[in-house]
Design a protein around this ligand. Structure first.
Ligand code: ZN
Length: 288
């Protein structure tokens, strides 16, 4: 049963669960997500390099730097362009051009397709914000949604989950959940989240040792973070999220095999499936 509420929300009652969709928060999430996706494009371009390699700082074609605030070219060009347009506008224009998926100067194709990151981040954050609404947990789950899109993009490109994107999630998610636990008087819930993070990371560590090469250290680091978030939702969500990750990975692998897009030995990135598995229980059941 779905009923329209006076506060622009939709209540959907399915079995014993209630998923609240907060229209205003969804709209705000879409806007913030679009901007965040554009900003993350720079990080995705920089970090889409093989493990151990230096971060990519500039276009391989012409040397134009990815940093939106930095002016490119020689010192003279820098001074000239800074005088002409002002640093702020150079940055804004470069971000807008980067969103087109091409180098701002030589038009070479760079990173994910045009607007893909921006639209994916906007859509995902709209969904998460719509489900979570104006609760402190939105910081934790919103962070996972936004950074998750960037992580998935880097993992798809070079099969890596860079520490620079994964590790900052720990203080952010843990901090937000700790604040939510303090405000809601639910210390046990925070303990459950931490226990789930440790438990999931432990399971991934065992898998990593049993099948080295199938999972990477990046997957292990991400598993602890996702375990924290899923643990906040409850133990069933931890199980559901983990099961969904492996299910989606297997289905996708089989589909790619059947259509001859990959071979049996091809290593597929697992990060996008872990992230999808972690966000699906939230989107399907909401925060209770
Ligand atoms: Zn270029």
């Amino acid at each position: 049963m779905i009923t329209l509420r006076h506060d622009l929300g939709i209540v959907c009652r399915r079995s014993r669960t209630v998923v609240l969709v907060h229209g205003g928060w969804a709209l705000a999430g879409a806007g913030v997500g679009l901007v965040a996706g554009g900003l993350l494009r720079t990080a995705v371009l920089r970090l889409s390099v093989p493990a151990g390699a230096l971060q990519r700082a500039a276009c391989p074609g012409c040397g134009e730097t990815f940093a939106p605030w930095a002016t490119a070219g020689t010192a003279r060009e820098k001074a000239g362009s800074a005088r002409r347009a002002g640093e702020r506008w150079v940055g804004a224009r470069r971000l807008a051009r980067l969103a087109g998926g091409r180098c701002a100067r030589c038009r070479r194709r760079l990173g994910p397709p045009p607007a893909a990151l921006e639209l994916a981040t906007g859509a995902l954050l709209a969904l998460v914000a719509g489900v979570v609404g104006g609760r402190v947990e939105l910081v934790a789950f919103g962070w996972l949604a936004v950074v998750g899109v960037a992580l998935a993009a880097v993992d798809l490109a070079v099969r890596r989950l860079p520490d620079r994107l994964v590790l900052p999630g720990y203080p952010v998610v843990l901090g937000a959940l700790a604040l939510a636990a303090a405000l809601g008087g639910e210390p046990a819930r925070l303990l459950r989240a931490v226990a789930a993070g440790l438990a999931l990371a432990g399971c991934y560590l065992v898998l990593l040792m049993l099948r080295p090469g199938q999972l990477g250290a990046g997957d292990l680091k991400l598993s602890g973070l996702l375990g924290l978030a899923l643990g906040w939702l409850g133990w069933p969500a931890v199980l559901r999220g983990t099961f969904l990750a492996f299910l989606l990975f297997s289905l996708c692998g089989l589909a790619l095999l059947a259509t001859h897009r990959v071979r049996l030995r091809t290593e597929l990135p697992f990060g996008p499936f872990m992230l999808a598995g972690a966000l699906l229980p939230l989107l399907l059941r909401g925060v209770t």
